[in-house]
Design a protein around this ligand. Structure first.
Ligand SMILES: [Zn+2]
Length: 129
């Protein structure tokens, strides 16, 4: 396997991880060293569910400079099928076609581009199923 593919897969795996706390049994995102609910260190990594539904969404027209090339875009609060709630860009769709409850799946895409240094930031977004 060539190095770029290894790095791409590592990055995707890392970005899609949350934690499961063995003390209070709650799941959370992003990955941390302590449970955000009870501060326990008795936690394990948890791969996030790859599908969920939109709870709320809105159109963003003003944002950080490195993300302006996407604007306007749609951002949503998504409840994943494992119960974890995350925010993310809803892509490959138009605002008028979305509704609360629309089913989505997680995809990895470019999130930001820094024009001067050419740095590209990756992360997850959601596309309607
Ligand atoms: Zn806990």
């Amino acid at each position: 396997m060539e190095p770029p593919k290894i790095w791409r897969e590592r990055r995707e795996k890392y970005l899609a991880l949350g934690i499961l706390c063995h003390e209070c049994k709650k799941k959370s995102f992003p990955i941390t060293q302590y449970c955000p609910y009870c501060s326990s260190e008795n936690i394990v990594e948890l791969k996030l569910a790859q599908t969920g539904k939109i709870l709320h969404f809105t159109r963003v027209s003003q944002t950080a400079e490195e993300m302006m090339f996407y604007a306007p875009y749609i951002i949503g609060l998504v409840e994943l099928d494992d119960g974890i709630k995350v925010t993310g860009q809803i892509t490959d769709n138009k605002l008028e076609k979305l509704s609360e409850g629309t089913k989505v799946r997680m995809v990895f895409r470019v999130l930001s581009k820094n024009g001067e240094e050419g740095l590209i930031g990756y992360g997850f977004k959601f596309v309607p199923i």
